[in-house]
Design a protein around this ligand. Structure first.
Ligand code: HEC
Length: 140
């Protein structure tokens, strides 16, 4: 075994083998507009007081100490989200925040997209969701 074989066992983000990349299709009704670009600082500001903090913790954000959802301190360095069913990129983060129950039926995370229909009223516009996704992606 040479050095690159052992290194491959850690699945570095830029050298992921095809078979570990999730290919779960996203629900057709869920839209993502890549021209709406998020702002990391705005996303951080939204997150601090958003309902997200009731379920998620981020180290260094004193208001965010929830334990119902996964800890998001290093979410930007992960290769997948939602228990490995989706790749971790801006599109999937956006759709996830927009409507997690659609993305993963049975998910405890409520929907947050303003125009989405579900058990809870949506809170955020596409721009605000893009800001949140940009912020989360920056957490390496
Ligand atoms: C009621 C609790 C709850 C709230 C509120 C909530 N989440 Fe979640 N969140 C969860 C749970 C539970 C999961 C794990 C879902 C799964 O994989 O089944 C999750 C998963 C995630 C993930 C994927 C992380 C990963 O490692 O898979 C992201 C990103 C996320 N939430 C962001 C947010 C954001 C942003 C908000 C606020 C706009 C928010 N969440 C609000 C419970 C919540």
């Amino acid at each position: 075994m040479n050095v690159s074989d052992t290194a491959a066992a850690t699945f570095p983000r830029n050298r992921l083998p095809e078979w570990v990349k999730p290919k779960t299709p996203t629900p057709a009704a869920l839209t993502f507009d890549p021209s709406v670009t998020g702002d990391v600082a705005r996303g951080a500001t939204i997150f601090k007081t958003a309902p997200c903090i009731a379920c998620h913790a981020i180290r260094g954000v004193p208001t965010a100490a929830g334990i119902v959802g996964p800890n998001l301190t290093h979410v930007g360095s992960r290769t997948t989200i939602a228990g490995g069913i989706y790749p971790n990129d801006l599109e999937h983060l956006h759709k996830w925040i927009k409507n997690a129950p659609e993305m993963k039926p049975g998910s405890l995370m409520p929907l947050f997209g303003k125009a989405e229909k579900g058990d809870t009223p949506g809170l955020y516009t596409d721009q605000q969701i893009a800001d949140l996704a940009a912020y989360l992606s920056s957490l390496k």
